[in-house]
Design a binder for this molecule. Structure first.
Ligand code: HEM
Length: 415
């Protein structure tokens, strides 16, 4: 059994420390933790000295135990990210159903589930393909472009925009607001600092949202904003801040995560030419490429819970009120589930935890994300089978969102 008391640098390691995350999740550290100290205590978050320490859960099995036991590990008590009160104060984080515990969580989520089943989502394939083809058409004639900003962003923004009833001309504004809010800690995305996001962007999100909500109150449609506005939980409608945050949750989740996975997956296909050749040879492997991209590059490196009582996990004493971080970036490379886990292999078939580990908060958007990713891979590779890197990709600096902020590419002459 692994020792529960690491010594030396591992004992003192702070998993969340800006420097470690410059090139994405610290996979070497996670590997050591999985093997020597799978449930690990970090004393503090240097960038947020007022925050308490936290437990890092790094193995898939332990994460599944936490995720499935909402009575012991609450989403509501302290928020769902490592830093409780960052861009959004905790009261607002609790107004999203991702930040609620049952029964309210279940009732609110149920309102959306019908529209997100694989069968209902499959009805959108044609329109998602049309959006993707339209975005790629606009790049015709260019030799260089950025897969993040020129392809992924406009596609995912329009797809979630159409679900939410956002007019297309506002897509770029919403994309900017989501990027600065979720990437608030990255000085390249947000040079003015977190304070500016709180003072400038959050009020803009509220103002824009309130306008849309007022319109839907007057004129209901069949979009998701209307579902929120007219939702009744135990005979009561949602409060204004719950509507705004519900809208934010769906737009943020839809905007960011699919974009992240597509870009990291494309980078891996470019860098692993054997895997790209396999896929080009046998296009039916595209679902394998989607799942492998989700596994290796989970769009959210972590989600967090807070212990509601004293308990034990992997032999470690978890005290009531402790923060417990589920590191999907680690569990998706857990050697007990994935052989040679750092190898990008589109023929794998094991389950991963990119969408969560099976609990109440399992991702609502799995079918939509999988469909968007499949269409994006299919259309990009059909048009640009020999696409190459044209510069250094750069990662967003964040221990939460795991994504590239730039991926410069070139169409090689062979294309
Ligand atoms: C590659 C794409 C995506 C990934 C990797 C992803 C990942 C996740 C994860 C890990 C969670 C669980 C959080 C937890 O355990 O606390 C989650 C929840 C959620 N996701 Fe996704 N997601 C993706 C795409 C989407 C899309 C397209 C939508 C559509 C709107 C969406 C909507 C949501 C919502 C609403 C929740 C909260 C569910 C709940 O609290 O019950 N996601 N997602």
């Amino acid at each position: 059994m692994a020792s529960l008391k690491p010594t030396g640098s591992l004992a003192d390691a702070l998993v969340i420390e800006g420097e470690r995350w410059v090139d994405g999740p610290p996979h070497e550290l996670f590997k050591e933790l999985r093997s020597e100290c799978p449930v690990h205590w970090s004393e503090q978050i240097p960038e947020f000295p007022e925050e308490r320490g936290y437990w890092s859960v790094t193995r898939a099995e332990d994460i599944a135990s936490v995720s499935r036991d909402w009575e012991t590990y609450s989403s509501e008590l302290g928020g769902v990210t490592a830093v409780s009160d960052s861009v959004f104060p905790i009261e607002l984080a609790r107004a999203m159903f991702i930040g609620m515990d049952p029964p309210k969580h279940d009732r609110l989520k149920a309102l959306f589930q019908r529209g997100f089943t694989p069968r209902r989502i499959a009805e959108h394939e044609e329109s998602i393909r049309a959006i993707t083809v339209g975005v790629l058409d606009r790049l015709e004639g260019r030799e260089h472009f950025d897969l993040v900003t020129d392809v992924a962003q406009p596609v995912v923004s329009r797809v979630i925009g159409s679900f939410m009833g956002i007019p297309p001309e506002d897509d770029a504004i919403w994309a900017r607001l989501m990027n600065t809010t979720l990437g608030a800690g990255d000085p390249d995305i947000n040079p003015e600092g977190i304070q500016t996001v709180m003072e400038r962007d959050i009020p803009e999100i509220f103002a824009r949202c309130s306008r849309l909500i007022a319109e839907r109150r007057e004129h209901p449609t069949d979009d998701l904003t209307s579902v929120l506005v007219h939702a009744e939980i135990d005979g009561e409608q949602l409060a204004e801040h719950e509507l705004v945050m519900g809208f934010f949750l769906l737009v943020a989740a839809g905007n960011d995560s699919t974009k992240a996975t597509y870009c990291s997956g494309m980078r891996a296909l470019i860098e692993n030419s054997d895997q790209r050749a396999l896929l080009l040879d046998d296009p039916s492997l595209v679902t394998g490429a989607v799942e492998e991209s989700l596994r290796m590059f989970p769009a959210f490196a972590h989600f967090r819970r807070t212990a509601t009582r004293d308990t034990e996990l992997g032999g470690c004493p978890i005290a009531k009120g402790d923060k417990v971080i589920m590191w999907y970036a680690s569990s998706n490379r857990d050697e007990s589930r994935h052989a040679d886990p750092d190898r990008f292999d589109i023929t794998r078939t094991e389950e991963h935890q990119a969408f969560g580990a099976g609990g109440r908060h399992f991702c609502l958007g799995t079918a939509l994300a999988r469909l968007e990713l499949r269409v994006l891979f299919e259309e990009t590779l059909a048009r640009y089978p020999a696409i190459e890197l044209a510069g250094a990709p750069a990662q967003t600096l964040s221990p939460f969102i795991n994504q590239l902020r730039t991926l410069p590419v070139r169409l090689s002459p062979a294309a």
